[in-house]
Design a binder for this molecule. Sequence first.
Ligand SMILES: Cc1cc2nc3c(=O)[nH]c(=O)nc-3n(C[C@H](O)[C@H](O)[C@H](O)COP(=O)(O)OP(=O)(O)OC[C@H]3O[C@@H](n4cnc5c(N)ncnc54)[C@H](O)[C@@H]3O)c2cc1C
Length: 418
Amino acid sequence: MMKPDYKELDTLVIGAGQAGIAMSEHLSRQDVPHLVLEKNRIAEAWRSCRWDSLVANGPAWHDRFPGLEFSNTSPESFVPKEQVADYFNEYVKKFDLPVKTGVEVLSAVKNKNSSGFTVETTAGTYQVERIVSATGPFQTPVIPSIAPTDEELCQIHSADYRNPQQLPEGAVLVVGAGSSGVQIAEELRQSGKTVYLSVGPHDRPPRRYRGRDFVWWLGVLGLWEASASEPGKEHVTIAVSGANGGKTIDFRQLAAEGIRLVGRTQAFANDCVIFDHDLADNIRLGDENYLSLLDRADAYVEQNGLDLPEEPDARTLLPDPDCMLNPTYQLNLRQAGVSAIIWATGYSTDYSWLKVEAFNEQNRPVHHRGVANYPGVYFLGLPWLSRRGSSFIWGVWHDAKFIADQIVIQRQYQQYRN
Ligand SMILES: Cc1cc2nc3c(=O)[nH]c(=O)nc-3n(C[C@H](O)[C@H](O)[C@H](O)COP(=O)(O)OP(=O)(O)OC[C@H]3O[C@@H](n4cnc5c(N)ncnc54)[C@H](O)[C@@H]3O)c2cc1C
């Protein structure tokens, strides 16, 4: 077993998902001595924390780091999750990055009367000057407290969903209609199950428009670079999918396929689940969001004189489905034969190991573009860390570059007349 590298270790990166790997590449480029510690395997989240059929949300030409293309796949394809994990392993090899797997960081404490931190791990103690937390934006699955206590119901978080065969016979309620909830609901429906999908506020960009994928449109329109979500849209999820070759998420189409859409899940009582009266509003706002991106795309084409084929059919919406016209506000789970609930309700973070005052009252990191308000601590990979793209594969690489620059600047000050 490797011995801890006392004093000589400048920067410790915790986590070897895409964020930790990007960080290591940039630190290596700038000759910053560092080590990445990963408690599991490289890109473990892609390997074992996603359902079997998951593919990347963005096409292979986009959802990658600049230094390596996906091998054996078309640039327009949506890469299966195992291949994404393989890609990051290949990346570590290609750039010879110092990653040590199977080592968990248990605690990091600021040294008293000396610079740096003492870091306890399952492989001994490290003394480091700086810490980059790349432990992931989606760490701890969140199931809201309204979840019923009925032990006969099978309840799992989307993080634990793998495939339809895993569920007991009977209908399923999927709560949450972001990218995960929608894809899981559709897979369950295609397997023959009766599916109820609880739909909250969402954005739903067109998968492709006028021959270009939405990732391209967000890029040229500068929307990946937006530094904060629009006011009032902080809790709006985005419904987008690369499944089945990639298609626009269309709730009207899902209803036509037999998925029973309901509003936001509000409460459970006496075998019943109560839904908000917001389904029609949520779907209409989603449609508005979809159409507004088409408008912006058309304006961009015109302003720049681009020769992209017109696509007027993209503006034709299916009629309002019955579930919008005659909404279900209450469902008796037993009578409806619902035997399982899948909570596609998101994740929180866990920084219990990082024992420094770098958090606010809600236990969220306080930082500017990943540079914590606590000297020597950096965060990477979080949603909106610096921009919309921050928690996505390509965006984290750019955030890591900025943080590496900041670390180099601090090292220069520390080395001044040293
Ligand atoms: C279902 C789903 C689909 C997604 N699809 C896409 C997509 O298609 N394209 C895209 O760009 N983004 C996608 N994302 C978003 C994002 O890219 C992934 O969540 C990605 O895994 C985040 O990478 P990360 O490195 O920040 O965190 P993670 O991949 O979670 O890596 C963090 C690592 O830190 C390790 N770790 C945590 N605590 C410790 C500790 N104390 N000591 C040592 N190691 C520790 C973990 O084991 C883990 O390996 C998706 C997210 C989800 C949930």
